[in-house]
Design a protein around this ligand. Structure first.
Ligand code: GLC
Length: 554
């Protein structure tokens, strides 16, 4: 295997296919749209893209409900379009990661349809988690587990003869039945899917809810609700169970079998594992398992210097024993965009990440953007790999005043209209400030309404404009390729309570200093330091103002 291992410091850009670029004008993004816009990403300076699901799906959970893992949904295009996208990306020296959703399929998957029409106890039922109910006539769910989207995690079916039947488990939407991973047919099938996409040229996978596949034997009641902020996720019977690591050991053998001797061509896997504590998350990146797991602890950290520092420190230490690198991220399609999240004091906790609407407290947009730029400037200097979420390079805020009628995330309905859901971070990209749908597509159509501020933040309004967020990202990414702090070693520098400061070694062996002023008074810059990039304006005399970060040559 090559010693280079491109993924160790790669910057990977998440494309949410519904919302990036719409070639056919139906208001929904598509693969030809993505292909046409790829040069923008090459110019931005990222190494790879990760595409959220574009497979055949009824779209009850925006494509995370997959009906056919090896075909493209007609809304997004065809398999030929996927091939063309991968080919074009490779021409532009961009790698392509696709999403794999192994915990559950759509209820429209052929296996689930077969399961419904088959008998209890049949081989077709055994691919999912069907159980008899409790109580008289089996009318109560088999256990007390809750769906992440609200309500029970169990749904009762009607048997083929019309009688009230068994129940099936769905940790997410009712149309997302959980597979039974103790059934070897499930693992074999998923391996075929991995091979299918690697054979078509995919460079890796992002693994959806990577920590959920294995449940405790006997499916016992859970002591607490399975919130994502529990101390030890593995105390709950549906998350982070030891057996899940066997799945990834098997997958690693498969991805490794695609490596080419002497070429930096590893096919990689990045797990979405909302696991605590951080040491438990690090177990997913042992050398014979996944290459990366998103570091959600960093994403959830408040904008407070000592907390950020403790968090980064613990994250780096946690992966050290496994010779792994960290994987940083600040935004994705499930959380409030960081330009808005950081506009709250204090930053909202994990559950409040599920949406903001009219009537809710609104973020301070200016503070949010300033802190987001400062936070990204820190993130892109940290050792390891980083993921960017489409539109963050424009400083896009969350759409926090989306009308509830427009909401499409199942969370809103399933929670009985108590949790607004994730639509606010999924609003289509603005490319041209003056075009219909801000250039998202050739028509005015957009599956979620775009707030007017998106027009002002469109790509064409920022490209070439000094000080714009887009130009900040371009500069950070250019310097990052040159200096390679992602491959460096970090040493903390103490500049007081409201500063986050560290030295990181660069490709030449020299150190670069990174300083973030996190909510403090002006912070003097070291004498004679050369500012390589700054997230905002600074004062040559007084130094770095609040919520601003710099990379310095000292
Ligand atoms: C992951 C996805 C999220 C989806 C869920 C169920 O958390 O990121 O969007 O709703 O899994 O598949």
């Amino acid at each position: 295997m090559s010693q280079q291992q491109w993924w160790r410091d790669a910057v990977i850009y998440q494309i949410y296919p519904r919302s990036w670029a719409d070639a056919n004008g139906d208001g929904m993004g598509d693969l030809p749209g993505i292909t046409s816009r790829l040069p923008y990403l090459a110019e931005l300076g990222v190494d790879a893209v990760w595409l959220s699901p574009f497979y055949t799906s009824p779209q009850n959970d925006a494509g995370y409900d997959v009906a056919d893992y090896r075909d493209v949904d007609p809304r997004f295009g065809t398999l030929a379009d996927a091939d063309a996208l991968i080919t074009r990306a490779h021409e532009l020296r961009l790698r392509v990661m696709v999403d794999i959703v192994p915990n559950h399929s759509s209820s429209e998957h052929v296996w689930f349809r077969e399961a419904l029409s088959a008998e209890p106890g049949s081989a077709a039922r055994a691919r999912y988690i069907f159980r008899d109910g409790r109580g008289p006539d089996g009318g109560e769910p088999p256990n007390n587990w809750k769906s992440t989207f609200g309500g029970s995690a169990w749904e009762r079916i009607t048997e083929a003869d019309g009688s009230p039947g068994q129940w099936y488990l769905h940790l997410f939407d009712v149309t997302q039945p959980d597979f039974d991973w103790t059934n070897s047919e499930v693992g074999d099938e998923m391996e075929q899917t991995l091979r299918f996409w690697m054979d078509r040229g995919a460079d890796g996978f992002r693994i959806d809810v990577a920590h959920s596949l294995i449940k405790v034997d006997g499916l016992p009641d859970a002591d607490a609700q399975h919130e994502m902020n529990v101390q030890n996720t593995s105390d709950l019977p549906m998350w982070d169970q030891p057996g899940v690591h066997d799945v990834y050991r098997r997958w690693r053998k498969v991805t490794d079998s695609y490596a080419v001797e002497g070429e930096d061509a590893d096919r990689i896997m990045c797990g979405e594992a909302w696991v605590t504590p951080i040491e438990a998350m690090a177990r997913y990146v042992r050398p014979d398992e996944l290459h990366q797991t998103f570091n959600f602890a960093f994403l959830m950290s408040p904008w407070i210097a000592p907390e950020l520092k403790a968090n980064i420190d613990a994250s780096l230490k946690a992966v050290e024993p496994h010779s792994a690198t960290q994987t940083w991220v600040l935004s994705n399609h499930d959380v409030i965009r960081h330009a808005s999240r950081l506009g709250f004091d204090p930053v909202p906790g994990p559950l409040q990440m599920f949406g903001i609407g009219v009537g809710d407290p609104q973020p301070d947009a200016a503070a949010g953007l300033r802190r987001a730029r400062a936070a990204t400037t820190v993130m892109l200097a940290l050792p390891g790999s980083s993921y960017l979420y489409q539109g963050e390079e424009l400083g896009l805020p969350e759409a926090t005043e989306l009308l509830d009628e427009a909401r499409q995330d199942p969370v809103w309905e399933k929670s009985g209209h108590t949790v607004r859901g994730r639509d606010g971070c999924r609003v289509p990209m603005p490319w041209e400030g003056d075009a219909p749908s801000y250039g998202f597509g050739p028509t005015a159509s957009s599956w979620l309404p775009q707030p007017p501020v998106y027009g002002d933040l469109a790509v064409d309004r920022q490209a070439g404009v000094e000080g714009s967020t887009l130009e900040l990202y371009r500069t950070l990414l250019r310097l990052r390729r040159e200096l390679r702090p992602g491959r460096g070693q970090l040493t903390w520098v103490d500049l007081g309570e409201s500063a986050l400061a560290f030295d990181v070694s660069t490709a030449s062996g020299a150190s670069m200093r990174v300083i973030a002023n996190v909510g403090g008074e002006f912070l003097p810059l070291p004498n004679g330091a050369e500012v390589l990039v700054a997230s905002g304006e600074f004062d040559a005399e007084k130094g770095l103002p609040t919520d601003t970060s710099v990379w310095l040559r000292v």
